[in-house]
Design a protein around this ligand. Structure first.
Ligand SMILES: Cc1cc2nc3c(=O)[nH]c(=O)nc-3n(C[C@H](O)[C@H](O)[C@H](O)COP(=O)(O)OP(=O)(O)OC[C@H]3O[C@@H](n4cnc5c(N)ncnc54)[C@H](O)[C@@H]3O)c2cc1C
Length: 732
């Protein structure tokens, strides 16, 4: 049984039936397909026809009007259509991907406006990422999106986009904030028929006009808020998230294309007589075609492996898709050339020739990532995969490229069960599992770290442990395509320093999913001066903004104002134009809090005891680092429609308030979790900290210590003898 037949048996009956319908659709339209191909005109009519036959919306959920099939069905459809014609397959799958993205991520209004048209074929879609100056380097796109009242204004040019010659809808990726880099990339649904959009004169992608490849310019083009498909911070991630599947279906098209070329070549060579025999019986030629058939089988195996892994998020899926695409693209090109060779001059001409397939095979080596970029993806994981291959026979070591050891704070247990802490030299082989190794530059000493080091609270449950809940440094080794050696990164949360070895060390091995790229303008030291406290403050500010609490709404209260989170929250809020009241138990610190931006300082005792369920409406919003009675009183004093971001428990865990503020004043209580916040929220928070937190606030009240000093300072911190933040230079 061939790999394809075996794969088909794993499909659901509805998926097999769908695939048969796609093949029948193409078979019934060979004349139309051939004439569009000869005339080099966009196959838009065939796309609309396919949708009207109910072939659109392959993976779109049934509840949204789609077929609700799996990715395997898309792959087999791509193969079947590419057997008939590459351009038809490419155009159809691009259209489908646009519809699917809107179905899965579009707002209610966007789905309402576009989805039925896309599924029914009245509208055809495309995805516009590439630009004249940005192809492989997608992060360099220059199309801009500027926020205006009720929507966005787009300006820029997109190139080499399938279906653009006649389609109606484009998903346009654009930069909302150049300083934010990839975190600024968003995606919008654009109606190409509207004012502000001009299709560019045809792009010279030779021989692929039937796929409708072209470009368009946007000038002062207005998009409604509801047509933002991916918000800033999500655009890049979602583009990359879709790319594994896109690469896999490019590989699938290569399989379909080569299988037809081989079929043609074998048919011709069986009937062409030379030296008294069919040329297929000439060993020299037959073996060439044997090689092509073997290569095709391998292309299919790699493609089907990538298909099975496509819904995974990790490196394995990235590498499998890159391998399938690279191998299938390159081998398709060589295979079609061999097929042409076996047909002699007939292979070069019309109508039986295969030259158009040669062009298509070359295009497959470029679309959705060039062969060189596939090499990069595969190469990024090479060291780790080889090392991991050696793991089984060695000691289960993680993927550390460099040999040797590193210094770290190591926590253990003595015979009586008490926590021990020392600075030790550890071996790379002892690092915990992970797919990125980071050479750490700075960490910090937080309250939680001090609890871990002194053993005063059961923060650590697994020994030996390296504490340190955050760190910043440089990637030393990566088995994940998102990070390359030399990338600057930071990490906070995810249980690092509690359940997984943390930042009070010269080296850490962690999961790529936990890392955040360090904003370009931020040093490793600055990142740690800001630390988890500053990051939590930014998440809290974002929580209030998300609730629509603008500066003109009124005063914002910050409780626990002298702490790390509180101090930075004051600085951020005041810089954003909010009036801030700071609540603190240390009134002697009032001048410092005012210098940070507080307009008013109050005594925390006012809030610290049980109070009335509803109190004077004093604040439009609050950032509460304290919890307990303080949080209950804060809620009772929030104005109608206001919100409180709760991010700490300095006074206590309990919350003994009433529901009155919620049901009588519509007050919202927003929980802020900094440990497991999503990648998008983390990236946005750090990009904004890089931009919005004044340098003097970053550096103020920061003390720098060495790894060994961390052991001494930890108990002082618990005794309340340490003021401000403590940054640890792990290399001294
Ligand atoms: C048939 C076809 C259909 C397409 N459809 C679409 C579409 O629907 N939507 C869309 O947005 N785009 C589309 N594209 C564009 C496609 O995504 C880009 O062509 C591709 O990303 C490469 O970009 P580029 O052409 O600008 O080449 P460049 O990025 O300019 O690269 C030029 C060369 O440099 C190499 N290179 C670049 N960086 C590196 C590196 N770091 N290491 C090694 N080599 C490197 C590349 O591999 C390539 O060989 C399509 C392209 C083709 C050919």
């Amino acid at each position: 049984m061939s790999a394809i037949e075996e794969f088909d048996r794993s499909l659901a009956p509805a998926e097999r039936e769908f695939q048969a319908r796609v093949a029948a659709f193409a078979a019934a339209r060979t004349t139309q397909i051939a004439s569009a191909s000869r005339a080099q005109i966009w196959m838009g009519d065939l796309l609309r026809d396919a949708c009207r036959q109910g072939l659109g919306g392959i993976e779109v959920p049934v509840a949204l009007g789609g077929l609700g099939l799996g990715f395997g069905a898309r792959i087999r459809a791509a193969m079947a259509l590419a057997k008939a014609d590459f351009s038809l397959a490419f155009a159809f799958i691009n259209h489908h991907s646009a519809a699917l993205r809107i179905a899965l991520s579009g707002s209610g209004a966007a789905r309402e406006a576009w989805l039925a048209g896309l599924l029914g074929g009245d509208l055809i879609g495309c995805t516009a990422m590439s630009e004249g100056g940005a192809g492989s380097d997608f992060a360099a796109i220059r199309t801009t999106a500027r926020k205006v009242d009720g929507g966005w204004v787009l300006d820029g040019e997109k190139r080499w986009v399938a279906n653009v010659r006649g389609c109606e809808i484009a998903l346009v990726f654009a930069q909302t904030d150049r300083l934010a880099g990839t975190a600024g990339i968003a995606c919008f649904i654009v109606d190409l028929r509207q004012a502000g959009c001009t299709r560019l004169p045809e792009d010279p992608v030779h021989g692929l006009a039937p796929a409708g490849i072209g470009g368009f310019a946007l000038h002062e083009y207005r998009v409604r808020d509801s047509d933002m498909l991916y918000a800033p911070g999500q655009g890049f991630r979602m583009a990359m998230a879709g790319v594994n599947k896109a690469r896999t279906h490019v590989a699938a098209m290569a399989c379909g294309l080569l299988s037809t070329a081989l079929h043609e070549a074998v048919a011709y060579a069986s009937s062409r007589m030379a030296f008294g025999r069919p040329v297929l019986e000439q060993q020299g030629l037959r073996w060439n075609l044997v090689d092509v058939s073997l290569t095709l089988e391998n292309m299919e195996l790699l493609t089907l492996r990538a298909t099975r892994l496509a819904d995974d998020e990790g490196t394995a899926a990235v590498v499998a898709a890159a391998m399938a695409k690279k191998f299938a693209g390159e081998q398709c090109l060589a295979g079609v050339a061999a097929c042409i060779q076996s047909m002699g001059a007939v292979g070069m001409g019309e109508p039986r020739g295969l030259v158009s397939k040669l062009v298509a095979a070359k295009a497959l080596c470029m679309a959705d990532g060039t062969t060189e970029m596939m090499n990069e993806r595969i190469g990024a994981s090479l060291g780790a995969r080889q090392l991991q291959a050696g793991v089984a026979v060695s000691h289960g070591r993680p993927p550390v490229a460099s040999a040797g050891g590193f210094r770290a704070v190591r926590l253990g247990k003595d015979a009586k069960g008490a926590t021990t802490a020392e600075v030790a030299t550890l071996d790379n082989g002892e690092l915990p599992p992970g797919n990125v190794v980071v050479r750490i530059a700075y960490s910090t000493l937080n309250y939680k770290d001090a609890l871990a080091i002194t053993g005063q609270s059961p923060v650590v449950r697994k020994f030996p442990m390296v504490p340190g809940i955050d760190f910043a440094g440089t990637v030393e080794h990566s088995a994940d395509a998102r990070y390359q050696v030399g990338d600057r990164v930071l990490l906070n949360g995810w249980g690092v320093g509690e359940t997984h070895w943390g930042g009070l060390a010269q080296r850490a091995c962690v999961r790529a999913d936990w890392l955040v790229p360090l904003p370009a303008s931020m040093s490793e030291r600055s990142a740690m001066c800001i630390g988890t406290a500053g990051y939590t403050a930014m998440l809290s500010v974002m929580a209030l903004e998300a609730r629509g609490i603008a500066p003109e709404a009124g005063v914002i209260l910050v409780t626990g104002a002298n702490g790390g989170v509180g101090s930075i929250a004051i600085a951020l809020l005041s810089r954003l134009g909010y009036a801030v009241t700071a609540s603190t138990g240390r009134l002697e610190e009032a001048p410092r809090l005012k210098a940070l931006g507080a307009t008013c300082v109050m005594d925390r005792r006012v809030l610290g005891e049980p109070g009335k369920p509803l109190q004077k409406e004093a604040w439009a919003g609050a950032i509460d680092c304290v919890g307990s009675h303080t949080l209950a009183n804060v809620l009772a004093g929030i104005r109608y429609g206001g919100a409180v971001a709760a991010c700490g428990l300095a006074q206590g865990m309990e919350l003994a308030g009433s529901v009155a503020p919620f049901i009588l004043r519509g007050v919202a209580l927003e929980g802020v979790d900094s440990v497991h916040a999503s990648f998008a929220r983390r990236t946005i928070a750090w990009a904004r900290l890089a931009r919005e937190l004044p340098g003097e606030v970053v550096e103020a009240n920061t003390r720098e210590i060495s790894l060994a000093q961390a052991l001494v300072v930890a108990p002082e911190l618990l005794r309340g003898q340490v003021r401000g933040r403590v940054v640890v230079d792990v290399n001294r």
